[in-house]
Design a protein around this ligand. Sequence first.
Ligand code: PLP
Length: 441
Amino acid sequence: MKNEKELRKEIATLVSEFYQTKFANQKYIPGKSPVRYAGRVFDEKELVSLVDSSLDFWLTEGRYAEEFQSQFADFVGVDYAILTNSGSSANLLAFTALTSELLGERRLKAGDEVISVAAGFPTTVNPIIQNNMVPVFCDVDLGTYNVKISDIEKAITSKTRAIFLAHTLGNPYDLDAIVELVKKHNLWLIEDCCDALGSTYKGKHVGTFGHVATCSFYPAHHITIGEGGMIFTNDDVIARAVTSFRDWGRDCYCKGGENNTCGKRFSGSYGTLPKGYDHKYVYSHIGYNLKVTDMQAAIGVEQMKKLPHFVARRKENFKAWTEGFRAWTDKFILPEATKNSDPSWFAFPVTVKPNAGFTRTELTDYLASHQIETRNLFAGNLLRQPAYAKVAHRVASELANTEIIMNDSFFLGTYPGLTQEQINHTIKLIQEFLTTRALKR
Ligand SMILES: Cc1ncc(COP(=O)(O)O)c(C=O)c1O
Protein backbone atom coordinates (compact mmCIF):
# COMPACT_ATOMS: atom_id res chain seq x y z
CA MET A 1 0.00 0.00 0.00
CA LYS A 2 1.25 3.52 -0.80
CA ASN A 3 2.07 5.83 2.09
CA GLU A 4 0.62 9.32 2.62
CA LYS A 5 3.55 11.15 0.99
CA GLU A 6 3.39 8.99 -2.14
CA LEU A 7 -0.36 9.40 -2.42
CA ARG A 8 -0.14 13.19 -1.99
CA LYS A 9 2.45 13.26 -4.80
CA GLU A 10 0.29 11.17 -7.10
CA ILE A 11 -2.77 13.31 -6.40
CA ALA A 12 -0.72 16.49 -7.07
CA THR A 13 0.39 15.09 -10.45
CA LEU A 14 -3.20 14.29 -11.38
CA VAL A 15 -4.41 17.73 -10.26
CA SER A 16 -1.72 19.37 -12.45
CA GLU A 17 -2.90 17.28 -15.37
CA PHE A 18 -6.48 18.28 -14.62
CA TYR A 19 -5.46 21.95 -14.69
CA GLN A 20 -3.88 21.47 -18.12
CA THR A 21 -7.06 19.83 -19.45
CA LYS A 22 -9.61 22.18 -17.95
CA PHE A 23 -7.97 25.59 -17.63
CA ALA A 24 -4.75 25.90 -19.64
CA ASN A 25 -4.58 27.25 -23.21
CA GLN A 26 -7.88 29.09 -23.24
CA LYS A 27 -7.93 30.92 -26.55
CA TYR A 28 -9.01 34.52 -26.97
CA ILE A 29 -10.88 35.21 -30.21
CA PRO A 30 -11.31 38.96 -30.92
CA GLY A 31 -14.96 39.88 -31.35
CA LYS A 32 -16.10 36.52 -29.98
CA SER A 33 -14.51 36.15 -26.53
CA PRO A 34 -15.41 38.63 -23.81
CA VAL A 35 -12.84 41.19 -22.65
CA ARG A 36 -13.19 40.97 -18.89
CA TYR A 37 -12.48 43.79 -16.47
CA ALA A 38 -11.10 41.37 -13.88
CA GLY A 39 -10.70 37.69 -13.16
CA ARG A 40 -8.81 34.96 -11.36
CA VAL A 41 -5.30 34.41 -12.69
CA PHE A 42 -3.87 31.10 -11.53
CA ASP A 43 -2.14 27.94 -12.67
CA GLU A 44 -1.84 24.37 -11.46
CA LYS A 45 0.02 25.46 -8.31
CA GLU A 46 -3.09 27.05 -6.73
CA LEU A 47 -5.14 23.91 -7.49
CA VAL A 48 -2.44 21.61 -6.07
CA SER A 49 -2.11 23.73 -2.93
CA LEU A 50 -5.89 23.81 -2.44
CA VAL A 51 -6.20 20.05 -2.78
CA ASP A 52 -3.15 19.46 -0.55
CA SER A 53 -4.80 21.52 2.17
CA SER A 54 -8.08 19.65 1.76
CA LEU A 55 -6.17 16.39 2.30
CA ASP A 56 -5.00 17.70 5.70
CA PHE A 57 -8.71 18.01 6.51
CA TRP A 58 -7.71 20.58 9.13
CA LEU A 59 -10.37 22.85 7.59
CA THR A 60 -10.08 25.86 9.91
CA GLU A 61 -7.04 28.19 9.97
CA GLY A 62 -3.86 26.14 10.06
CA ARG A 63 -0.40 25.85 8.51
CA TYR A 64 -1.38 27.54 5.25
CA ALA A 65 -3.02 30.50 7.02
CA GLU A 66 0.14 30.96 9.07
CA GLU A 67 2.29 30.96 5.94
CA PHE A 68 0.01 33.27 3.96
CA GLN A 69 -0.14 35.83 6.79
CA SER A 70 3.62 35.78 7.15
CA GLN A 71 4.23 36.14 3.36
CA PHE A 72 1.78 39.05 3.28
CA ALA A 73 3.36 40.82 6.28
CA ASP A 74 6.82 40.45 4.70
CA PHE A 75 5.64 41.75 1.32
CA VAL A 76 4.01 44.87 2.72
CA GLY A 77 6.55 45.35 5.52
CA VAL A 78 4.42 45.15 8.68
CA ASP A 79 4.54 43.21 11.96
CA TYR A 80 1.01 41.77 11.89
CA ALA A 81 -1.21 40.44 9.09
CA ILE A 82 -4.50 38.89 10.19
CA LEU A 83 -6.60 36.89 7.77
CA THR A 84 -10.37 37.26 7.54
CA ASN A 85 -13.15 36.18 5.21
CA SER A 86 -13.50 39.35 3.07
CA GLY A 87 -12.28 42.88 2.51
CA SER A 88 -15.55 44.10 4.00
CA SER A 89 -14.92 42.03 7.14
CA ALA A 90 -11.36 43.41 7.21
CA ASN A 91 -12.76 46.96 7.18
CA LEU A 92 -15.30 46.10 9.88
CA LEU A 93 -12.61 44.52 12.07
CA ALA A 94 -9.96 47.22 11.52
CA PHE A 95 -12.41 49.97 12.41
CA THR A 96 -14.17 48.15 15.24
CA ALA A 97 -10.78 47.33 16.82
CA LEU A 98 -10.35 51.07 17.37
CA THR A 99 -13.35 51.00 19.74
CA SER A 100 -11.58 48.49 22.01
CA GLU A 101 -11.19 49.21 25.73
CA LEU A 102 -7.61 48.04 25.23
CA LEU A 103 -6.96 51.49 23.72
CA GLY A 104 -8.15 53.34 26.84
CA GLU A 105 -9.21 56.96 26.32
CA ARG A 106 -7.92 56.99 22.73
CA ARG A 107 -10.62 54.57 21.65
CA LEU A 108 -13.38 55.58 19.25
CA LYS A 109 -16.85 56.03 20.73
CA ALA A 110 -20.42 56.26 19.43
CA GLY A 111 -21.15 59.72 18.04
CA ASP A 112 -17.55 60.41 16.94
CA GLU A 113 -17.14 61.86 13.45
CA VAL A 114 -15.10 59.98 10.85
CA ILE A 115 -14.00 61.52 7.56
CA SER A 116 -14.51 59.57 4.34
CA VAL A 117 -15.79 59.96 0.77
CA ALA A 118 -19.06 59.07 -0.94
CA ALA A 119 -17.42 58.16 -4.27
CA GLY A 120 -16.34 54.64 -3.46
CA PHE A 121 -17.26 51.22 -2.17
CA PRO A 122 -19.97 50.96 0.51
CA THR A 123 -18.10 48.77 2.96
CA THR A 124 -15.40 51.39 3.47
CA VAL A 125 -18.08 53.58 5.08
CA ASN A 126 -20.38 50.94 6.57
CA PRO A 127 -18.22 50.12 9.64
CA ILE A 128 -18.53 53.78 10.71
CA ILE A 129 -22.32 53.49 10.61
CA GLN A 130 -22.32 49.99 12.12
CA ASN A 131 -20.37 51.37 15.11
CA ASN A 132 -22.88 54.22 15.59
CA MET A 133 -20.49 56.94 14.48
CA VAL A 134 -21.08 59.70 11.97
CA PRO A 135 -19.50 59.60 8.49
CA VAL A 136 -18.45 63.01 7.20
CA PHE A 137 -18.24 63.14 3.43
CA CYS A 138 -15.64 65.06 1.43
CA ASP A 139 -15.46 65.49 -2.33
CA VAL A 140 -12.78 63.93 -4.54
CA ASP A 141 -10.59 65.15 -7.40
CA LEU A 142 -11.35 63.98 -10.93
CA GLY A 143 -8.40 62.16 -12.47
CA THR A 144 -6.96 60.82 -9.20
CA TYR A 145 -10.46 60.02 -7.81
CA ASN A 146 -9.04 60.55 -4.32
CA VAL A 147 -10.21 62.86 -1.53
CA LYS A 148 -9.68 66.61 -1.88
CA ILE A 149 -7.22 67.51 0.86
CA SER A 150 -8.68 71.02 1.18
CA ASP A 151 -12.06 69.39 1.93
CA ILE A 152 -10.60 67.33 4.76
CA GLU A 153 -9.13 70.47 6.30
CA LYS A 154 -12.58 72.10 6.17
CA ALA A 155 -14.30 68.99 7.52
CA ILE A 156 -12.28 68.63 10.73
CA THR A 157 -14.10 69.72 13.90
CA SER A 158 -13.63 68.97 17.61
CA LYS A 159 -15.75 65.83 17.03
CA THR A 160 -13.47 64.41 14.30
CA ARG A 161 -11.61 61.33 15.53
CA ALA A 162 -10.60 59.37 12.43
CA ILE A 163 -10.06 59.31 8.68
CA PHE A 164 -11.14 56.15 6.86
CA LEU A 165 -10.41 56.20 3.13
CA ALA A 166 -9.70 53.77 0.31
CA HIS A 167 -6.81 54.31 -2.08
CA THR A 168 -9.19 54.65 -5.02
CA LEU A 169 -8.74 51.95 -7.65
CA GLY A 170 -5.17 51.45 -6.47
CA ASN A 171 -4.17 55.12 -6.69
CA PRO A 172 -2.65 56.20 -3.33
CA TYR A 173 -4.01 59.39 -1.82
CA ASP A 174 -1.74 62.24 -0.78
CA LEU A 175 -0.32 60.47 2.26
CA ASP A 176 2.08 63.26 3.19
CA ALA A 177 -0.81 65.70 3.58
CA ILE A 178 -3.13 63.21 5.28
CA VAL A 179 -0.54 61.93 7.76
CA GLU A 180 0.26 65.54 8.65
CA LEU A 181 -3.44 66.24 9.38
CA VAL A 182 -3.70 62.99 11.34
CA LYS A 183 -0.75 64.00 13.54
CA LYS A 184 -1.88 67.60 13.93
CA HIS A 185 -5.41 66.67 15.04
CA ASN A 186 -4.52 63.42 16.83
CA LEU A 187 -6.74 61.28 14.57
CA TRP A 188 -6.79 57.60 13.68
CA LEU A 189 -6.02 56.74 10.04
CA ILE A 190 -7.51 53.57 8.56
CA GLU A 191 -6.23 52.79 5.05
CA ASP A 192 -8.53 50.67 2.89
CA CYS A 193 -6.05 49.03 0.49
CA CYS A 194 -8.59 46.55 -0.89
CA ASP A 195 -7.89 47.80 -4.42
CA ALA A 196 -4.28 48.82 -3.87
CA LEU A 197 -2.10 45.84 -2.98
CA GLY A 198 1.39 46.59 -4.32
CA SER A 199 0.83 50.36 -4.64
CA THR A 200 3.56 52.49 -3.09
CA TYR A 201 3.93 56.08 -1.96
CA LYS A 202 7.47 57.46 -1.80
CA GLY A 203 8.65 53.85 -2.16
CA LYS A 204 6.67 52.52 0.84
CA HIS A 205 3.66 50.22 0.57
CA VAL A 206 0.26 51.79 1.15
CA GLY A 207 -1.26 50.52 4.37
CA THR A 208 1.93 51.28 6.32
CA PHE A 209 1.22 55.00 6.79
CA GLY A 210 -1.86 54.82 9.00
CA HIS A 211 -2.64 52.91 12.18
CA VAL A 212 -4.29 49.95 10.51
CA ALA A 213 -5.04 48.86 6.94
CA THR A 214 -7.07 46.32 5.00
CA CYS A 215 -7.00 44.26 1.82
CA SER A 216 -9.48 42.16 -0.19
CA PHE A 217 -8.90 38.86 -1.96
CA TYR A 218 -12.19 38.68 -3.85
CA PRO A 219 -11.54 37.47 -7.42
CA ALA A 220 -11.47 40.97 -8.95
CA HIS A 221 -8.58 42.00 -6.68
CA HIS A 222 -4.78 41.85 -7.02
CA ILE A 223 -4.62 38.32 -5.64
CA THR A 224 -7.55 36.07 -4.87
CA ILE A 225 -8.55 33.29 -2.51
CA GLY A 226 -12.21 33.45 -3.57
CA GLU A 227 -13.54 35.20 -0.50
CA GLY A 228 -10.96 36.73 1.82
CA GLY A 229 -9.32 39.78 3.31
CA MET A 230 -6.42 40.86 5.50
CA ILE A 231 -6.01 43.39 8.28
CA PHE A 232 -2.46 44.62 8.72
CA THR A 233 -0.76 46.87 11.24
CA ASN A 234 2.43 47.47 13.21
CA ASP A 235 0.46 48.09 16.41
CA ASP A 236 0.33 45.08 18.73
CA VAL A 237 -2.70 46.38 20.69
CA ILE A 238 -4.70 46.91 17.50
CA ALA A 239 -3.65 43.45 16.25
CA ARG A 240 -4.86 41.90 19.51
CA ALA A 241 -8.21 43.74 19.32
CA VAL A 242 -8.69 42.76 15.65
CA THR A 243 -8.05 39.11 16.46
CA SER A 244 -10.42 39.19 19.41
CA PHE A 245 -13.25 40.79 17.40
CA ARG A 246 -12.62 38.30 14.58
CA ASP A 247 -12.65 35.29 16.94
CA TRP A 248 -16.01 35.65 18.75
CA GLY A 249 -14.68 38.48 20.97
CA ARG A 250 -12.66 36.08 23.05
CA ASP A 251 -9.83 37.29 25.26
CA CYS A 252 -7.75 34.16 24.69
CA TYR A 253 -5.21 34.33 21.88
CA CYS A 254 -4.31 30.65 21.57
CA LYS A 255 -4.21 29.46 17.96
CA GLY A 256 -6.64 26.72 16.86
CA GLY A 257 -5.60 23.42 18.45
CA GLU A 258 -3.36 25.14 21.06
CA ASN A 259 -4.01 25.49 24.78
CA ASN A 260 -2.67 27.71 27.56
CA THR A 261 -0.37 29.95 25.45
CA CYS A 262 -0.72 32.66 28.14
CA GLY A 263 0.28 30.23 30.89
CA LYS A 264 -2.71 31.26 33.04
CA ARG A 265 -5.60 29.46 31.40
CA PHE A 266 -7.07 28.47 34.76
CA SER A 267 -5.60 31.13 37.05
CA GLY A 268 -6.63 34.56 35.66
CA SER A 269 -9.28 36.96 36.97
CA TYR A 270 -11.66 38.54 34.46
CA GLY A 271 -14.52 40.92 35.23
CA THR A 272 -16.84 39.38 37.80
CA LEU A 273 -16.24 35.83 36.59
CA PRO A 274 -15.05 33.37 39.24
CA LYS A 275 -11.24 33.37 39.60
CA GLY A 276 -9.62 30.82 37.31
CA TYR A 277 -12.54 30.74 34.85
CA ASP A 278 -11.23 29.02 31.66
CA HIS A 279 -9.56 31.77 29.59
CA LYS A 280 -10.78 30.06 26.40
CA TYR A 281 -14.29 31.19 27.28
CA VAL A 282 -13.57 34.71 28.49
CA TYR A 283 -14.98 37.40 26.18
CA SER A 284 -13.47 40.89 26.29
CA HIS A 285 -15.17 42.27 23.14
CA ILE A 286 -18.59 42.00 21.50
CA GLY A 287 -17.20 39.94 18.66
CA TYR A 288 -17.97 38.06 15.47
CA ASN A 289 -16.64 34.95 13.79
CA LEU A 290 -15.03 36.19 10.56
CA LYS A 291 -12.34 33.58 10.06
CA VAL A 292 -11.38 31.69 6.89
CA THR A 293 -10.65 28.07 6.12
CA ASP A 294 -7.11 26.81 5.56
CA MET A 295 -8.11 25.81 2.03
CA GLN A 296 -8.63 29.47 1.12
CA ALA A 297 -5.25 30.33 2.67
CA ALA A 298 -3.61 27.54 0.65
CA ILE A 299 -4.60 29.37 -2.55
CA GLY A 300 -3.24 32.62 -1.10
CA VAL A 301 0.20 31.09 -0.48
CA GLU A 302 0.60 30.45 -4.22
CA GLN A 303 -1.00 33.75 -5.28
CA MET A 304 1.50 35.66 -3.10
CA LYS A 305 4.37 34.16 -5.11
CA LYS A 306 2.83 35.62 -8.27
CA LEU A 307 2.06 39.04 -6.78
CA PRO A 308 5.18 40.93 -8.00
CA HIS A 309 4.45 39.73 -11.55
CA PHE A 310 0.74 40.65 -11.18
CA VAL A 311 1.65 44.17 -10.04
CA ALA A 312 3.99 44.59 -13.03
CA ARG A 313 1.29 43.38 -15.45
CA ARG A 314 -1.28 45.82 -13.99
CA LYS A 315 1.14 48.68 -14.53
CA GLU A 316 1.81 47.55 -18.13
CA ASN A 317 -1.90 47.34 -18.92
CA PHE A 318 -2.52 50.77 -17.42
CA LYS A 319 0.23 52.14 -19.67
CA ALA A 320 -1.29 50.44 -22.71
CA TRP A 321 -4.73 52.00 -22.04
CA THR A 322 -3.08 55.41 -21.55
CA GLU A 323 -1.42 55.08 -24.99
CA GLY A 324 -4.76 54.07 -26.52
CA PHE A 325 -6.71 56.96 -24.99
CA ARG A 326 -4.00 59.58 -25.59
CA ALA A 327 -5.66 60.90 -28.78
CA TRP A 328 -9.01 61.46 -27.03
CA THR A 329 -8.20 63.88 -24.22
CA ASP A 330 -10.84 66.25 -25.65
CA LYS A 331 -13.46 63.60 -24.81
CA PHE A 332 -12.19 61.93 -21.64
CA ILE A 333 -10.49 62.92 -18.40
CA LEU A 334 -7.70 60.35 -18.13
CA PRO A 335 -6.51 58.92 -14.81
CA GLU A 336 -3.43 60.33 -13.10
CA ALA A 337 -1.26 58.80 -10.40
CA THR A 338 -1.09 60.94 -7.26
CA LYS A 339 2.20 62.82 -6.95
CA ASN A 340 4.97 60.69 -5.32
CA SER A 341 3.03 57.47 -5.88
CA ASP A 342 3.49 54.33 -7.97
CA PRO A 343 0.04 52.72 -8.20
CA SER A 344 -0.60 49.04 -8.72
CA TRP A 345 -3.73 50.00 -10.65
CA PHE A 346 -6.94 48.10 -9.94
CA ALA A 347 -8.44 49.62 -13.09
CA PHE A 348 -8.23 52.36 -15.71
CA PRO A 349 -10.88 54.96 -14.76
CA VAL A 350 -12.06 57.59 -17.24
CA THR A 351 -14.63 60.37 -17.09
CA VAL A 352 -16.59 61.43 -20.17
CA LYS A 353 -16.24 65.20 -20.61
CA PRO A 354 -19.44 67.32 -20.83
CA ASN A 355 -18.91 68.28 -24.49
CA ALA A 356 -17.87 64.79 -25.65
CA GLY A 357 -21.04 64.31 -27.75
CA PHE A 358 -22.08 61.07 -26.01
CA THR A 359 -22.85 59.89 -22.50
CA ARG A 360 -20.99 57.42 -20.30
CA THR A 361 -23.91 55.02 -20.50
CA GLU A 362 -24.10 55.20 -24.31
CA LEU A 363 -20.43 54.21 -24.50
CA THR A 364 -20.51 51.49 -21.83
CA ASP A 365 -23.69 50.08 -23.38
CA TYR A 366 -21.97 49.98 -26.80
CA LEU A 367 -18.93 48.27 -25.28
CA ALA A 368 -21.14 45.75 -23.45
CA SER A 369 -22.85 44.90 -26.77
CA HIS A 370 -19.37 43.98 -28.05
CA GLN A 371 -18.61 41.91 -24.93
CA ILE A 372 -16.24 44.48 -23.40
CA GLU A 373 -16.75 44.66 -19.65
CA THR A 374 -16.72 48.01 -17.88
CA ARG A 375 -17.72 49.03 -14.36
CA ASN A 376 -18.85 52.24 -12.71
CA LEU A 377 -16.81 53.65 -9.86
CA PHE A 378 -18.71 51.43 -7.44
CA ALA A 379 -21.51 53.28 -5.63
CA GLY A 380 -20.99 56.56 -7.54
CA ASN A 381 -22.37 58.81 -4.84
CA LEU A 382 -23.10 56.67 -1.79
CA LEU A 383 -25.55 59.26 -0.45
CA ARG A 384 -27.83 58.65 -3.44
CA GLN A 385 -28.02 54.91 -2.70
CA PRO A 386 -31.32 53.75 -1.15
CA ALA A 387 -29.67 52.23 1.94
CA TYR A 388 -28.12 55.53 2.99
CA ALA A 389 -31.23 57.70 2.77
CA LYS A 390 -31.78 57.71 6.53
CA VAL A 391 -28.20 57.40 7.74
CA ALA A 392 -26.99 60.18 10.07
CA HIS A 393 -24.08 61.90 8.34
CA ARG A 394 -22.52 65.27 7.54
CA VAL A 395 -21.50 66.58 4.14
CA ALA A 396 -18.37 68.68 4.60
CA SER A 397 -18.46 70.45 1.25
CA GLU A 398 -20.35 70.25 -2.03
CA LEU A 399 -19.92 66.81 -3.61
CA ALA A 400 -19.75 68.22 -7.15
CA ASN A 401 -17.10 65.83 -8.52
CA THR A 402 -18.73 62.90 -6.75
CA GLU A 403 -21.88 63.68 -8.76
CA ILE A 404 -19.85 63.86 -11.99
CA ILE A 405 -18.30 60.46 -11.19
CA MET A 406 -21.75 58.96 -10.57
CA ASN A 407 -22.96 60.24 -13.96
CA ASP A 408 -19.93 60.24 -16.25
CA SER A 409 -17.15 57.91 -15.02
CA PHE A 410 -16.44 54.25 -15.68
CA PHE A 411 -13.45 51.96 -15.66
CA LEU A 412 -11.81 49.31 -17.80
CA GLY A 413 -9.76 46.47 -16.38
CA THR A 414 -6.02 46.23 -15.82
CA TYR A 415 -5.92 42.71 -14.37
CA PRO A 416 -2.96 40.49 -15.30
CA GLY A 417 -5.11 38.26 -17.55
CA LEU A 418 -5.88 41.19 -19.86
CA THR A 419 -3.67 41.21 -22.96
CA GLN A 420 -2.39 43.88 -25.36
CA GLU A 421 -4.50 42.19 -28.07
CA GLN A 422 -7.67 42.69 -25.98
CA ILE A 423 -6.74 46.29 -25.25
CA ASN A 424 -6.10 46.95 -28.97
CA HIS A 425 -9.45 45.41 -29.86
CA THR A 426 -11.24 47.62 -27.29
CA ILE A 427 -9.46 50.76 -28.47
CA LYS A 428 -10.47 49.96 -32.06
CA LEU A 429 -14.11 49.60 -30.98
CA ILE A 430 -14.03 52.90 -29.07
CA GLN A 431 -12.54 54.58 -32.15
CA GLU A 432 -15.40 53.17 -34.25
CA PHE A 433 -17.93 54.42 -31.68
CA LEU A 434 -16.38 57.91 -31.71
CA THR A 435 -16.29 58.03 -35.54
CA THR A 436 -19.94 56.97 -35.85
CA ARG A 437 -20.91 59.58 -33.25
CA ALA A 438 -18.99 62.32 -35.07
CA LEU A 439 -20.72 61.44 -38.38
CA LYS A 440 -24.15 61.63 -36.73
CA ARG A 441 -23.59 65.16 -35.43
C1 PLP B 1 -12.30 49.83 -1.78
C2 PLP B 1 -12.95 48.54 -1.38
N1 PLP B 1 -13.11 48.28 -0.08
C3 PLP B 1 -13.69 47.14 0.34
C4 PLP B 1 -14.13 46.19 -0.55
C5 PLP B 1 -14.79 44.93 -0.04
O1 PLP B 1 -14.06 43.77 -0.31
P1 PLP B 1 -14.81 42.34 -0.33
O2 PLP B 1 -15.53 42.24 -1.62
O3 PLP B 1 -13.69 41.35 -0.22
O4 PLP B 1 -15.72 42.31 0.84
C6 PLP B 1 -14.01 46.42 -1.92
C7 PLP B 1 -14.54 45.43 -2.86
O5 PLP B 1 -14.29 45.37 -4.01
C8 PLP B 1 -13.41 47.64 -2.34
O6 PLP B 1 -13.28 47.92 -3.65
